[in-house]
Design a protein around this ligand. Structure first.
Ligand code: NCD
Length: 330
C-alpha cells in the first residue's frame, strides 16, 4: 500500500505528473493503489454529491479513430465533471486522412490540449503520437494490443466487489486472442498473484507471449474450453466480446461468434460472491436475464470508469485533489 501523506492521498502522486499512460506494463501495484486512492477521493464528484474545478482552465483532446461509446464519453465526462474542457476528433475527420503523420498530429494537438486520450485500430500507433506530443498521452485502446484505462477500472471494480486483489481466481472468457481489454487486465492482475482460468475456443487462445509472461511472473494459468466446469470456483468471471473487426477472415469469425453464452443456467454452481464483469459492448455473451443477478457488475464498471479516468487526468496534469473533509488518515 502506498505511503499516505497528511493530505490523505499518496506521496507517490508526483511520479504521475506529465506521464504518458500507454501500457499497463509501466505500472507497479503501488502505482495502481495511488490511482485507486485518488479515485476514492474523487468518487463523490462522480456521484454528483459535490462539484469540482480541479481541472479548471485545462483542455482534454480526445482523438478517436475507432468506434467508442463508453471510453470516449467516460474520458470527456471525467474532464467536464472536474471543471475542465474537451475538444475532439472522431473518425476520419482529421488531417490523418490527408496523410499527416501521427507524430506531427501529436505535436499539433499539444498546442490545443493539456492531455490527449487516443484510440486507434492499429497497435502501438498511440506510442507514435506520443513521440510528437509535448503533453501526456493516454492510450484509450490501440488495436488488439492494450486498453490500460479499462484494466484499471476493471481492477478498481474487482477491488470494490471482492474487497481484495491478492490471490483471486479469475476466469477470462471469450476472445483472448484479440481482446485488448483482456490483455491489459491479465497483465495487471498478474501483479497480485492471480490464478487464471483462460476459457476460449482453441482458435481464440491468449497469445503465447502473454501466457509466457504470466508464467514468468509465477502465475498459475490453465487454458480450457469448458466454461461449465471452469466457472465453479471462480471469484471473478470476465466475459469478452468476440472482436469481429480484428478477424482477417469473417468466415472464421462466423464459426466462433456464438461459442459462449453466460445465462442463469450457466451460473448454477458458481460462487455467490462471484463478480461477473464485461468491458462492454456485449452481444450475446451474457444473457439479459443475468442483469438482475446481484453478481452482475458490468454497469458498475461503466460508472467506475469515470472515477478512474478523473483520477488519471488529475494525476497526469499534476492537479492532485485534497482529501475530502472528515476523511480519516489511513
Ligand atoms: C472494449 C474495447 O474497445 O476494447 N470496449 C470498451 O472500451 N469498453 C471491448 C470491446 O470492444 O469488446
Amino acid at each position: 500500500m502506498a505511503k499516505t501523506s497528511r493530505s490523505g492521498v499518496s506521496q507517490l502522486t508526483q511520479w504521475f505528473t506529465t506521464r504518458n499512460i500507454l501500457s499497463v506494463g509501466d505500472f507497479k501495484a503501488r502505482d495502481l493503489e495511488t490511482i485507486f486512492e485518488v479515485a476514492d477521493s474523487l468518487e463523490p464528484i462522480n456521484l454528483g454529491r459535490t462539484s469540482s474545478d480541479l481541472m479548471k482552465g485545462l483542455v482534454l483532446g480526445t482523438l478517436f479513430f475507432e468506434p467508442s461509446t463508453r471510453t470516449r464519453l467516460s474520458f470527456e465526462t471525467a474532464m467536464l465533471r472536474l471543471g475542465g474542457n474537451v475538444i475532439n476528433v472522431i473518425g476520419n475527420s482529421s488531417s490523418l486522412e490527408k496523410g499527416e503523420s501521427l507524430r506531427d498530429m501529436g505535436r499539433v494537438v499539444s498546442c490545443f490540449a493539456d492531455v490527449i486520450a487516443m484510440r486507434h485500430p492499429t497497435a502501438f500507433t498511440v506510442h507514435e503520437l506520443s513521440e510528437g506530443s509535448t503533453v501526456p498521452v493516454i492510450n484509450a485502446g490501440d488495436g488488439a494490443n492494450e486498453h490500460p484505462t479499462q484494466a484499471m477500472l476493471d481492477l478498481y471494480t474487482i477491488r470494490k466487489n471482492q474487497r481484495r486483489l491478492k490471490g483471486l481466481k479469475v476466469g477470462l472468457l471469450g476472445d483472448l486472442k484479440y481482446g485488448r481489454a483482456a490483455h491489459s487486465l491479465i497483465r495487471v492482475l498478474a501483479l497480485y498473484g492471480t490464478e487464471f482460468v483462460l476459457i476460449s475456443h482453441p482458435s481464440l487462445k491468449l497469445p503465447e507471449e502473454l501466457l509466457r509472461e504470466l508464467k514468468t511472473l509465477g502465475c498459475n494459468a490453465v487454458e480450457t474450453s469448458d466454461l461449465r466446469s471452469a466457472i465453479q470456483d471462480l471469484d471473478v468471471l470476465y466475459v469478452t466480446r468476440v472482436q469481429k473487426e480484428r478477424f482477417p477472415n469473417l468466415v472464421d469469425y462466423e464459426q466462433v461468434k456464438n461459442e459462449y453464452r453466460v445465462d442463469l443456467k450457466t451460473l448454477r454452481g458458481a460462487r455467490r460472491s462471484l463478480s461477473i464483469l464485461h468491458p462492454l459492448p456485449r452481444l450475446d455473451e451474457i444473457a439479459s436475464e443475468v442483469d438482475a443477478d446481484p453478481r452482475f457488475g458490468c454497469f458498475d464498471q461503466v460508472a467506475n470508469g469515470v472515477t478512474i479516468r478523473m483520477a488519471l487526468l488529475a494525476l497526469v496534469a499534476g492537479r492532485i485533489p485534497k482529501a475530502p473533509k472528515g476523511k480519516k488518515k489511513k
